[in-house]
Design a protein around this ligand. Structure first.
Ligand code: TYD
Length: 203
């Protein structure tokens, strides 16, 4: 028995956490047992890595080290939180997952889409979500909504514009596994579109 695994992705300030909560409520009303989690972090050791990788004091962090830290956090998160919950038949919704690494580190940092994808497939023992939702937001609009910027959010608007295009490109390459929704729609409307697609997975 294995549960449903959904990832919520998108630029900074897209409103992911609101949508994670609304989707969880909708699924719970259908009888799902839902685990909400997030990256970087989502387990005690992974949360410690989160602290290192997002700390604005670590501005000089080497970009390959950054990619490895996100992957290390994810490996720990999968092994100690996500996989055990899926094995119990729970539905897991993660606020960010490996597509964030592909978009931010692989494409925006220029480390290479394939390198970062392969690194993360190895780190997670090939655990890929059944559905990845991309909340699409213009870089400038999203950044304006960020109150207390972390190390990545301190990057330029151009960097975040590349991240946005990267997410859209990933979705275009594999439409069966992705849903793109405009983050500019009212939250309730976004939640409806997402829930409909999740139900179509046969839940
Ligand atoms: P967080 O405060 O969780 O931001 P948000 O609310 O936008 O999710 O910070 C996570 C930051 O780390 C965000 O700027 C995206 C970035 N990130 C990566 O660069 N690579 C990754 O693999 C992940 C998971 C996040």
């Amino acid at each position: 028995m294995s549960g449903l695994f959904i990832a919520m992705e998108g630029g900074d300030g897209a409103g992911k956490s609101t949508q994670v909560k609304l989707l969880a409520q909708n699924l719970e009303s259908r009888g799902h047992e839902v685990l909400i989690t997030r990256e970087p972090g989502g387990s005690p050791i992974a949360e410690k890595i989160r602290h290192v990788v997002l700390d604005v004091a670590n501005l000089g962090l080497n970009e390959r080290a950054e990619a490895l830290l996100f992957a290390a956090s994810r490996a720990e998160h999968v092994a100690s939180t996500i996989k055990p919950a899926l094995d119990l038949g729970k539905t897991v919704i993660s606020d960010r997952y490996m597509d964030s690494s592909i978009a931010y580190q692989g494409i925006a940092r220029g480390l290479g889409l394939e390198h970062i994808r392969n690194l993360n497939l190895w780190a997670t023992n090939n655990l890929v979500p059944h559905l990845t939702i991309i909340l699409d937001v213009e870089a400038e609009h999203g950044l304006n909504r960020v109150a207390d910027p972390n190390r990545l959010e301190e990057e330029s608007t151009e960097f975040h514009a590349i991240v946005r295009d990267a997410f859209l490109q990933l979705a275009t390459l594999d439409p069966d596994r992705y849903l793109v929704v405009s983050a500019n729609l009212p939250a309730e409307e976004i939640a409806e579109v997402i829930f409909e697609r999740v139900l179509s997975l046969g839940t």
